[in-house]
Design a protein around this ligand. Structure first.
Ligand code: KG4
Ligand code: ZN
Length: 340
């Protein structure tokens, strides 16, 4: 039997400072997340400069906690994995510089991880026997993609958003109806008491074979609806707005992903990213999967939103391929999936 590989992983691409210890890309020994949500919600969204400063304050403690909770010594780890893009450059640099210093000081390899690949890899933790190929719908605050994961670290993008990400749309609409940041979980909660068929918002349509998304249209339509109602001094039913908006976005996500699987003859879909924790999306995906003979997988919610365990999983598969990063690795804010 080959030796277990323990990876210490660090994630700081947005507003969570996170560190985790993961064995063989599948087993989580610790998963520590220090969220800055309470700080940013006063501003209605993430303030990059504040995020960087908070990462600097938190990173050393978060890493120390991850090592302690895993019940190991720093020298027991085999490599340091770290997110180096995509994300906010100042935020990424904090985790990256810390990881480099740590890897150098204990003389262990450094592995640069793509944040999106990390989100997809959360599924390898949830399903320890899962292997590529499969399709993945990645839906987060900054990204909306349908990808085909051919093999570990090998991706073909089948569809993507042409404007806003799905999570970004949730956050903007939540702000417009006075729910605050982050919008996704709040819209989900409010939608429970609303009628999803109350208001018909438009859906973007591209040519028949396109698997792309666009959420700027539905976003503007909701904002126009709210303005019109206000001007006419009519009462707004926020639960109906939340439910109708959520249904609109989820329908498009599910329909396009199922269409992608039919075109590509793929029989398994994983979902990933913060929006993948949305219970309505999960339900709709399962239902549509059943109707079309497609298996649906998703990680538990704590592995959907930003965390370092998913980075530790992706780092392991890069490590196995020999993708060791140089110590002058830089942060790449717009790093593409599959690029190094
Ligand atoms: O993956 P993530 O934590 O960070 C990025 O990489 O962007 O995703 C955060 C996004 C936010 O836009 C948040 O509103 C959304 O995920 N989100 C949700 C839910 N939980 C988080 N959206 C819809 N429903 C949820 N339950
Ligand atoms: Zn993320």
């Amino acid at each position: 039997m080959s030796k277990d590989i323990k990876i210490l992983a660090i994630e700081s691409s947005c507003d969570e400072t996170a560190a985790a210890v993961v064995v063989n890309g599948r087993k989580v020994l610790s998963n520590v997340i220090s969220s800055q949500i309470d700080i940013h919600k006063k501003f209605g969204g993430v303030v990059p400069e504040i995020a960087s400063r908070k990462h600097i304050e938190n990173i050393a403690l978060v890493v120390k906690d991850a090592i302690e909770e895993a019940g190991i010594e720093l020298n027991d780890i085999d490599a340091v994995g770290v997110t180096y893009g995509p994300g906010l450059v100042g935020a990424l640099l904090v985790g990256l510089q810390y990881a480099k210093g740590l890897a150098y000081s204990i003389n262990k390899p450094l592995i640069g991880v793509n944040h999106i690949e990390g989100h997809i890899s959360a599924n390898f933790i949830q399903y320890p026997d899962l292997k590529p190929p499969f399709a993945c719908l990645v839906v987060s605050g900054g990204h909306t993609f349908i990808v085909y994961m051919k093999d570990y670290g090998e991706f073909e993008v089948l569809g993507q958003t042409r404007d806003d990400a799905a999570g970004e749309a949730f956050d903007k609409i939540a702000r417009a109806i006075g729910l605050g940041y982050p919008g996704g979980p709040k819209i989900q909660e409010m939608a429970k008491s609303g009628d999803e068929n109350a208001i018909e918002f438009p859906r973007a349509k591209f040519h028949d074979n396109s698997l792309d998304f666009s959420f700027s249209g539905v976003k503007s339509a909701v904002l126009n609806y709210l303005n019109t109602m206000n001007m006419q001094e009519k009462e707004i039913n926020r639960a109906d707005v939340a439910a109708s908006f959520q249904k609109n976005v989820v329908d498009v996500l599910v329909d396009n992903t199922i269409k992608a699987c039919k075109i590509k003859k793929i029989s398994r879909i994983a979902i990933a990213g913060g929006v993948a924790s949305n219970s309505f999306l999960r339900k709709r995906m399962i239902k549509s999967g059943k109707e079309n003979g497609i298996e649906i997988l998703f990680p538990e919610p704590i592995l959907c939103t930003d965390n370092a365990a998913m980075i530790g999983s992706a780092a392991y598969f890069e490590f196995k391929k020999g993708n060791i990063a140089p110590l002058d690795l830089n942060a790449i804010p717009n790093l593409k999936l599959g690029e190094r």
